[in-house]
Ligand binder design. Sequence first.
Ligand code: HSE
Length: 414
Amino acid sequence: MVNIAVMGHGVVGSGVVEVILSHKEGVLRHAHEELNIKYVLDLKEFPDSPVADRFTKNFEDIIRDDSVQIVVEVMGGLNPAFDFVKRCLTAGKSVVTSNKELVAAKGAELLAVAKEHNANFMFEASVGGGIPIIRPIYQCLAANNVLEIAGILNGTTNFILTKMIDDHMSFQDALALAQKLGYAERNPSADVDGHDACRKICILAALAFGKHVYPEQVHTEGISNLTLADVAYANAWGGEIKLIGNVKMMDNGQIQIIVCPMLVPNSNLMANIDDVFNGIMVRGDATDEVLFYGKGAGKLPTASAVVADVIDCMKHVDARKYLFWEDNTDPDYVQNYLDNPVAMYVRVRVSDVEAERIRGLFGSINWLACDEAEEGELAFVTPKMAEREIRSKLAQLEEQGAEVKTTVRIADFS
Ligand code: HSE
């Protein structure tokens, strides 16, 4: 029998307990051992839980108990999660987490601690909820050089965008529903402002390319500036606006990495990924594109990924899984996003500025029209050029009295 502790009994933690209790036979079949939840760590009381007798408020109970071999961290946030996880790994206990903030900020350090103490540190649930993506990248696609990853990585924002577009729900109502369904972060600004997707693309980039990428190195924009007019223009262009995390390896060893809303053409499968679903495209040099799709948030999909990692740890109690990347302090590893070549959708309030002036600045442009267009506004798509050049031309327009309302990059992935 393998004893585990579950740290945190929120949406994901309670899901982990539920999945373990309702899949006892399946766990036994896969791991050839019984799994016993010995402790659940939480400051709140849960008298109705089927494991109510295992609750503790004291982490020391877990760290001191040598019979606990695997610890599940589903508390979220950096503190005290980082300290607890590091102490568990140092004590030789394997750790499974769904905490993307922790992995994105401290992954390299915790993987090194795990290696030093012959323990496993696993985090399949940290990206894509119930979608298998971590193990496929480091295991199934290991024979590839990964060239690019692009994904809808945040269920909450994809849910909000879908509700706004399909059901004409307001942003606030859609967010409230996402919170009620257990999709959103404790502070939903992490979803809406793109930080959650940023953490996830950092984790995928580190896995794919072997070097830690810190969220602070990634230009990140959220969805809160988008309006229904932008959505209508996107339809007129022939696509959908999606919050995308994108990383590309360049020939010079630098990476381009960004998180922002992108205009995705309807011909791309990613444009048709709606609701809380995530989609992640990995392009390898041998496989070409591989697409992963499934529920990216929610109690049971996320718990499924956590418990699968627990089973993997049970099967590798004395053997380390080779899951590793190095720390990286090279400030030039990430190319400045302003140097990325990009085409851009622009919605601009023109006042005295003539359309001819815009054409003169950008050259050949694609004008967009839609029924929702407001008086005095123009929308267009620029040709592809360094983003710095586009920003400079838009600044010139603003100097002449125009007001740039929205800019959305055109997706440039297969
Ligand atoms: N808030 C996250 C999301 C949860 O909406 O994707 C899953 O990581």
